[in-house]
Design a protein around this ligand. Structure first.
Ligand code: ZN
Length: 503
């Protein structure tokens, strides 16, 4: 008899400081594939689900596909979204309550209107249905805020090891292989987590340089020890005012050997020691633009990251300070991808390609953070329905949609205006808007770090700008009330050291 495994994905990184709740509609607009569509839509893509499918074929499982749904990071996930979308997974498990295992792709930083720990609410319902003996395996984003409740409910936790995230399919396969061994009775996996009074760390998880490289290497070495099944370094997601926000190390081991906790604590000590390591230099928008204008030599564009307004961290995607600096800086042959402004996109689409128009763009959601509307005069050079397929190292193969979109050329800057707020991390997002970023002198992207995977190889130089929007690294304009205290860097190092008995 083939083993029956229920699979699903309900993934969200919740920025609790965002004023835009994450609704069913936002999940459906980004990705919501149910039943067999989940299998056909994600086969051979760089996703956890594809990794599950790869290994299911090898192990001969009967897969029960429930739903695979994600939304761009944003405010709390609504009760209705939890009921409807989480409910599809719970219903699938209930209809297969005697399944051999459950395999889920979650993010690990979901906050809902009803709970600080959305993943655990889902896992608790599933655990109640399948009972204590059926193994549950979960993949997590490297920015998971792992809670003790989560490790108590899932047997196996496997997090990404790359940021930009490019190893989703591989980690999905790892979790599936561990689940197979658990279902075969070969291992009895349990997971433990270690943390410190730490809200930010691990260089925010960046793996192109900095402390994550040796930390991950050491995690791999520990995985060679007897009984150690998976060791994950989670940078956490600090734009979440919840009790257990921050970095963790998780160790999934066979049985209850206290050595697994020791490993987690050894690695967490190293995370703690390197808490201040930060490999990025943040520029003002004006400085970034002047450096880009002066840049010479090499091939390809100067790529400027609009770090603080990253839709992939919950940014509203309509902050204008960087765009304004680019327009006022007189840049030539530049492109901006992209401003989230459905109203403006509609106006431009109605005007049509070739039309000369003047309009107010962006800055609508939180003008005090990142800049208010910019008045632009220019030519509409492209209108599109916004559909594209990711071709880059991240999400490669997945179909997606920016919503009705249009490009306005104002001065020397082509500005893409979109209806779905999404992080700009794939060249196809420009190509589908009629812009070839490789031919531009300067390209700005609403992204913190993920753009490096696709844009790094074409970039002459990468600059990182802080425009003061919701995800500003300065933390200015946001206030924490629920995170545990003391916690570094919100509280002094002395008080945190005293708390852990090291001061
Ligand atoms: Zn992440």
């Amino acid at each position: 008899m083939p083993r029956t495994v229920v699979i699903g994905e309900f993934a969200h990184e919740t920025n609790t400081f965002s004023k835009i709740p994450t609704t069913v509609e936002l999940f459906r607009a980004r990705q919501c594939l149910a039943g067999d569509e989940l299998l056909s839509g994600l086969k051979d893509t760089n996703t956890e689900i594809a990794g599950f499918m790869d290994r299911a074929a090898v192990h001969g499982w009967r897969l029960v596909p429930t739903v695979s749904t994600t939304a761009s990071p944003g405010g709390r996930v609504t009760r209705q979204a939890v009921r409807e979308l989480g409910g599809m997974i719970v219903d699938g498990v209930r209809a297969n309550a005697d399944c051999d295992g459950v395999l889920l792709a979650l993010h690990g930083a979901m906050v809902t209107e009803g709970s600080e720990d959305g993943e655990s609410e889902l896992l608790a319902q599933i655990r109640e249905i399948v009972g204590p003996k059926t193994p549950i395996a979960v993949t997590l984003d490297l920015h998971a805020n792992v809670t003790d409740r989560m490790t108590g409910l899932a047997n196996i936790l496997v997090s990404y090891r790359t940021y930009p995230h490019i190893d989703m399919r591989d980690r999905g396969a790892d979790a599936a292989d561990l689940l197979e061994r658990a279902m075969a009775g070969e291992i009895r996996p349990r997971t433990v987590a270690a943390r410190r009074p730490l809200l930010q760390g691990c260089n925010h998880g960046r793996t192109h340089d900095g402390p994550m490289i040796p930390l991950l290497e050491e995690a791999r070495r520990f995985e060679h020890e007897p009984g150690v099944l998976a060791v994950s370094i989670n940078a956490g997601f600090w734009h979440a005012d919840i009790f257990e926000a921050g970095p963790t190390v998780t160790v999934t081991g066979d049985g209850d050997d206290p050595h697994y906790r020791q490993i987690a604590e050894i690695l967490m000590d190293k995370v703690w020691e390197r808490r201040d390591d930060n490999t990025l230099e943040f520029l003002t928008p004006e400085k970034a633009v002047s450096l880009a204008a002066e840049s010479s030599g090499g091939t390809g564009p100067v790529v400027i990251a609009d770090f603080a307004d990253n839709p992939g961290g919950g940014g509203y995607g309509d902050a204008t300070n960087l765009l304004r600096a680019m327009l006022e800086g007189g840049l030539e042959n530049a492109a901006f991808g992209g401003i989230w402004d459905p109203e403006a996109a509609q106006v431009m689409t109605r005007a049509g390609e070739g039309a000369e128009i003047t309009l107010d763009l962006g800055g609508r959601t939180e003008p005090a953070m990142g800049g208010g509307p910019v008045t632009l005069t220019g030519t509409v050079v492209k209108t599109t329905d916004g559909t594209f397929r990711y071709r880059g190292p991240m999400h490669g193969g997945v179909e997606s949609c920016l919503g009705p979109s249009a490009v306005i050329r104002s001065g020397g800057v082509d500005v893409a205006v979109v209806s779905h707020n999404m992080q700009w991390l794939d060249l196809e997002m420009f190509f589908s808007n009629g812009i070839d970023p490789r031919e531009k002198s300067v390209v700005a992207v609403k992204s913190m770090q993920h753009f490096r995977a696709a844009f790094g190889p074409i970039a002459r130089q990468v600059l990182v700008a802080d425009c003061g929007a919701l995800c500003t690294p300065s933390g200015e304009g946001i206030e924490f009330n629920k995170v545990r205290r003391p916690v570094y860097p919100l509280n002094s190092l002395e008080s945190c050291l005293k708390f852990i008995g090291d001061g």
